[in-house]
Design a protein around this ligand. Structure first.
Ligand SMILES: [Zn+2]
Length: 252
């Protein structure tokens, strides 16, 4: 462990890093908006094309520039926060940085200004993947974060905002990996409508019948679709539906 002692405390080998949430106002609804990545590790383009920003005629995406600009902007203003998700791209970017830039990023992580969630090599599909591949890709990503950043780089939340459907076994594996919570996007529109009506977008998912509770219990939150204003506006939904979405997604 190389962190200055004031930035973490350890009890029984469990280390807690800086809590970087902004102060809240009692008696008010406090909303924290934290930008995050959703960089597909290969979808319409190859992984390298996504990273370097090649073939932007297929899809406008260059992940290296996201990381360059995010780190620059975080460094300029200590009030800013950012969540990074896909370790495959982060690893690629990290390897090409100078040691001084790597130190800068370590400081941002230690201070809770740059946080990793999920932390797998990618955000795996939940329908077609075998569980052994899921464990392997999560292991590769999480091991890199642990070896590079230690306790403060550890993702505490599993984050699956784009797989098409969600498997109970996947949630069970996340619980066993030690995540505090799980946030996902995309669920059936009728299920979503019912949950909106009944205010059931957050739940404690009992993800296994065979594991003794609370071993596979996982706090879970969801969105019908990952919250991206541009995608909503170009989704073919009417303006009325889109404005309804925002009003209900952000209740007053
Ligand atoms: Zn995606």
């Amino acid at each position: 462990m190389t962190l200055p002692t004031e930035q973490y405390s350890c009890i029984h080998r469990v280390c807690v890093c800086v809590q970087s949430c902004h102060a809240t106002k009692p008696g008010m609804l406090n909303v924290h908006l934290v930008p995050h990545t959703h960089d597909d590790v290969g979808w319409l383009k190859t992984v390298d094309q996504y990273f370097y920003g090649d073939r932007n005629d297929i899809q406008h995406a260059g992940v290296q520039y996201i990381l360059d600009s995010v780190v620059d902007q975080l460094w300029k203003n200590p009030d800013r926060r950012f969540i990074y998700v896909e370790t495959a791209f982060f690893y690629h970017w990290w390897k090409s940085q100078s040691s001084s830039m790597q130190q800068t990023v370590k400081q941002l992580v230690n201070e809770g200004r740059l946080e990793f969630v999920n932390g797998g090599w990618c955000m795996s599909d939940e329908a077609a993947t075998h569980y052994s591949a899921v464990i392997d890709q999560m292991t590769i990503g999480l091991r890199f974060l642990n070896e590079t950043f230690g306790a403060c780089g550890r993702p505490r939340v599993a984050w699956h905002i784009d797989p098409f459907g969600h498997a109970r076994e996947h949630a069970s594996m996340f619980a066993e990996m030690g995540f505090d919570g799980f946030f996902f996007g995309r669920l059936d529109y009728q299920d979503w409508a019912r949950r909106m009506r009944n205010k059931e977008q957050e739940l404690l998912w009992r993800a296994s019948d065979s594991l003794t509770p609370p071993m596979a219990d996982l706090f879970t939150g969801m969105q019908s679709f990952f919250l991206h204003p541009f995608m909503l506006m170009t989704s073919g939904l009417s303006n009325r539906t889109v404005s309804h979405y925002f009003l209900t997604a952000c209740p007053r």
